[in-house]
Design a protein around this ligand. Structure first.
Ligand SMILES: [Zn+2]
Ligand SMILES: [Zn+2]
Length: 86
């Protein structure tokens, strides 16, 4: 029996890569509906208190833009904070 990479492992590896790429910074560039991001990029950092959210701590999540976790191309992945996640 050969050990094959399951999609979940591919996703986990890719998600970790995106977190490294983002250096803890939300990768939203204004595409969400948040007022603080409109016209610019999000300034929230992973596990750092966010501006304008009553001191709540930002938490980044990696998402697939096309909702397909099998598509782990870097261009399809973004690290978003919980407010940009929508
Ligand atoms: Zn954000
Ligand atoms: Zn945003």
């Amino acid at each position: 029996m050969t050990a094959r990479k399951q999609p979940v492992d591919l996703w986990a590896n890719a998600a970790q890569g995106v977190k490294n790429r983002s250096a803890g910074l939300c990768e939203c560039r204004g595409e969400c509906a948040e007022k603080v991001c409109a016209g610019g990029r999000c300034v929230n950092r992973h596990q750092v208190r966010a501006l304008g959210h009553r001191g709540a701590v930002a938490f980044l999540t990696v998402v697939a833009l096309d909702k397909d976790r099998g598509n782990v191309a870097g261009s399809n992945l973004r690290a978003y904070c919980q407010w940009c996640l929508g």
